[in-house]
Design a protein around this ligand. Structure first.
Ligand SMILES: Cc1cc2nc3c(=O)[nH]c(=O)nc-3n(C[C@H](O)[C@H](O)[C@H](O)COP(=O)(O)OP(=O)(O)OC[C@H]3O[C@@H](n4cnc5c(N)ncnc54)[C@H](O)[C@@H]3O)c2cc1C
Length: 417
């Protein structure tokens, strides 16, 4: 039963991609990777008059069957591009973010989301990843200036000054005026900028959305609930109007620390969560256990662009998930790229014009996204402390007012254009 909800096939939009994928030869910009960041950027660029080709290595545009929190810094942009109503149609607007101690079961803090829209000009919502991708893909398919291609694994990118050459594993190649690497954590495009590698945190995640009736006991159907404890946490929230329940269980693996290759197994999950409180224990049987994800990030880069090539999304700023911001930051990138590259649309831009547009993109985005990357690590450390540090954290959290947004304004608030 889990399988059927774990993967949403995006059937209609993907078959429309097959029908349209060969249309047109030329595009001003090629985007490598058709995840949330790649498709959001394709649509933002098209809205600004830029022609785009998206090359996705997978056979279909798809997302994993799990939930995604979208904070006002992202939903504001979805609204600007007239996407928010479509996303909201299947999303849930939680009433609160609730922090609980996973061991004692104590309530630590809440963030009241009722006034978020008034405060930040956009809502806080949670959506199924496939539902968001479905909306983005449907818009991209309907947009004549976007060419979408699947089964295109980009293997090489060479900037020749006046154009960029892209080669794919199937022997095809493309020449274009600008390339955006939206190819995620293990980005091929990033290797033009750095020889760094993903840094494994030693934490592993089990995640997925299951029918709500499969969960023996849910913390709440109105809230995003985050249970935090020593070296572990569990996040729970409803999706699709309460039809599905999303659960993400994450823990620090002792077996990883011991250098074992098969680490973070379901048996280790059960061992690590053995001391958690009953509501957390009750959630464990309904966790999807057939797949797990090692949690990795990278350190911030000094540059995301050079010549006619730039990075966005996880390719540019892969982060640990503790602020629930990776996709939100990719959506922020898409808006700024639309605005900056949009200014050279239709002008057969010189290298100087593209470089300038990318420099402006970096100026507007790099510092903020890098701060989010760094802060996500610290936030994870705070969630996972033990002993006296846990006691002090809990006391500090319990002193917070539910409507105290002082430490969040920098993230959710509107930034100057
Ligand atoms: C447990 C967990 C929970 C999270 N929760 C949240 C949350 O609540 N809110 C939030 O905002 N973020 C969250 N994130 C982060 C978010 O999932 C990512 O930041 C986001 O999906 C990144 O999107 P992207 O398009 O940049 O990269 P990806 O989603 O990785 O997409 C990259 C695409 O490029 C393709 N590709 C890769 N290499 C090539 C190539 N060589 N040629 C062609 N195509 C290629 C891939 O197939 C893929 O489709 C979470 C992450 C995790 C791990």
């Amino acid at each position: 039963m889990h399988e059927s909800v774990a993967y949403h096939p995006l059937v209609a939009a993907n078959s429309a991609v097959q029908e349209r994928s060969k249309e047109g030869d030329q595009a001003d910009v090629v985007i490598v990777g058709g995840g949330i960041g790649g498709l959001a950027t394709a649509y933002a660029l098209a809205c600004m008059g830029v022609t785009v080709r998206v090359l996705e290595r997978a056979a279909e545009f798809a997302e994993i069957g799990a939930g995604l929190q979208l904070a006002p810094n992202a939903t504001r942009i979805l609204r600007r591009f007239d996407l928010l109503d479509d996303v909201r149609a299947t999303a849930v607007a939680p009433r609160r973010l609730v922090g609980m101690n996973a061991v004692t079961g104590d309530l630590l803090t809440t963030l009241d989301l009722d006034d978020v829209e008034e405060r930040y000009g956009a809502p806080y919502i949670v959506t199924h990843r496939s539902d968001l991708l479905d909306v983005l893909l449907a818009r991209c398919v309907a947009e004549p200036s976007i060419i979408l291609e699947t089964g295109k694994q980009v293997t090489a990118i060479a900037d020749h000054g006046d154009s960029v050459q892209i080669d794919c594993a199937d022997g095809t190649g493309y020449s274009t005026g600008a390339v955006l690497g939206a190819d995620g954590l293990t980005s091929t495009t990033r290797s033009l900028f750095s020889d760094d590698e993903p840094i494994c945190s030693g934490y592993v995640a089990y995640r997925g959305a299951v029918p709500v009736q499969d969960v023996a006991r849910h913390a709440s159907l109105d809230d995003v609930v985050i249970w935090i404890g020593p070296g572990l946490h569990l996040v729970q929230y409803p999706l699709r109007g309460g039809e599905l329940y999303n659960q993400v269980a994450v823990f620090r693996s002792d077996e990883f620390a011991a250098g074992k290759t098969d680490w973070g197994t379901p048996e280790e999950l059960d061992r690590r969560f053995a001391d958690t409180c009953k509501p957390v224990q009750d959630a464990l049987p309904s966790l999807l256990r057939d797949r797990r994800w090692a949690m990795s990030d990278r350190l911030p880069l000094r540059r995301w662009s050079a010549g006619r090539v730039a990075l966005l999304g996880d390719a540019a700023h892969p982060m640990l998930q503790y602020l629930a911001q990776g996709a939100c930051q990719a959506i922020e990138d898409s808006e700024v790229l639309g605005d900056t590259l949009g200014q050279v649309a239709g002008k057969q831009p010189s290298t100087a014009m593209v470089t300038e547009a990318f420099a402006e993109y970096e100026r507007l985005r790099l510092e903020q996204a890098s701060t989010v990357q760094r802060t996500a690590r610290v936030w994870g450390d705070i969630w996972h402390v033990d002993g006296i540090a846990m006691t002090l954290r809990d006391e500090a959290f319990q002193l917070r007012d539910p409507d105290d947004f002082r430490r969040i304004d920098w993230l959710y608030g509107e930034r100057p254009a």
